[in-house]
Structure formats: structure tokens, C-alpha cells
Design a protein around this ligand. Structure first.
Ligand code: THU
Length: 131
């Protein structure tokens, strides 16, 4: 089992998903090789819940890393779970367009797509006059 798959599988166990009962784990390998994990954390005020990918990105940033080299997401579902639209945008902020997003099921299925394939025509900072 790859280290990312192992890390995402472990953190998925700690997901807090009492409302959907859909536990998700995510693991990122940063450009410098460090691994950062996150799980979904739901809330009684439903929109306040956060996704596993967002949690892993927050952990990566908090650790001082700013570049995703690889990301893996795992859930217990019939086919590999694609990241939600918001998470695609969050991943694209810190990952090059060729970075692979691996989606896994707890039963061993997996599928990989690039950031560009998951979010074609993405919005990014180049559209804003911020300098
Ligand atoms: N969820 C994630 O954590 N990541 C995804 O890519 C898809 C959905 C979570 C959000 C919510 O807690 C639960 O799965 C059901 O939508």
C-alpha cells in the first residue's frame, strides 16, 4: 500500500460525519515530500462542514508547505469518489495542472485524473489585477 493510501485510510477513520455517515480521508504529498492529511468534519449547521481535501490543504499550509505534488482521496462508495467542485478549486490553488488526483474506494478501486481534467478552464489569480 502506498504511503498516501495508508495515510488517507487512517485519517478517514477519524472523520466526523454523523449527519451524512459518509467518511472521507485525504492525504497530500507536498513538493518537498512531506505528507499531510485531513478528514471531513461535519456540523449541526450543515453548511459549516468541511471536506477532507480542505482539511489536508489546511494542514499542509499550517506545516509551511505550499505545493501539492500528489493528492489521494478515499471513501466507502461503489466507485472512486470525485472531489466536490469547491475542493477542485482549492486543490488547483496549490497544485500544477498535471498533478494527479487519485480517488479510491475502501474496497480497492481507484482512478486517477489530473487537476486540469478535474477543473478545466479554472479561475485563478491571473484573472485579477492584484499587483
Ligand atoms: N466530502 C468530502 O469530504 N470530500 C469530497 O470530495 C466529497 C464530499 C464530504 C462532505 C460531507 O461531509 C460528506 O462528504 C457528504 O457530502
Amino acid at each position: 500500500m502506498s504511503s498516501l493510501l495508508h495515510a488517507a485510510t487512517q485519517v478517514r477513520e477519524r472523520a466526523y460525519a454523523p449527519y451524512s455517515r459518509f467518511k472521507v480521508g485525504a492525504a497530500i504529498r507536498s513538493a518537498s515530500g512531506t505528507i499531510h492529511v485531513g478528514c471531513n468534519v461535519e456540523n449541526a449547521a450543515y453548511p459549516q462542514g468541511t471536506c477532507a481535501e480542505g482539511g489536508a490543504i489546511s494542514a499542509m499550509i499550517a506545516a509551511g508547505e505550499t505545493e501539492i505534488a500528489e493528492i489521494l482521496v478515499i471513501a466507502d462508495c461503489p466507485s472512486p469518489v470525485p472531489p466536490c467542485g469547491g475542493c477542485r478549486q482549492k486543490i488547483a490553488e496549490f497544485a500544477g495542472s498535471d498533478v494527479q488526483v487519485t480517488m479510491c474506494t475502501t474496497s480497492g478501486k481507484s482512478m486517477s485524473m489530473s487537476v486540469a481534467d478535474l477543473l478545466p478552464g479554472s479561475f485563478d489569480a491571473s484573472f485579477m489585477d492584484i499587483n
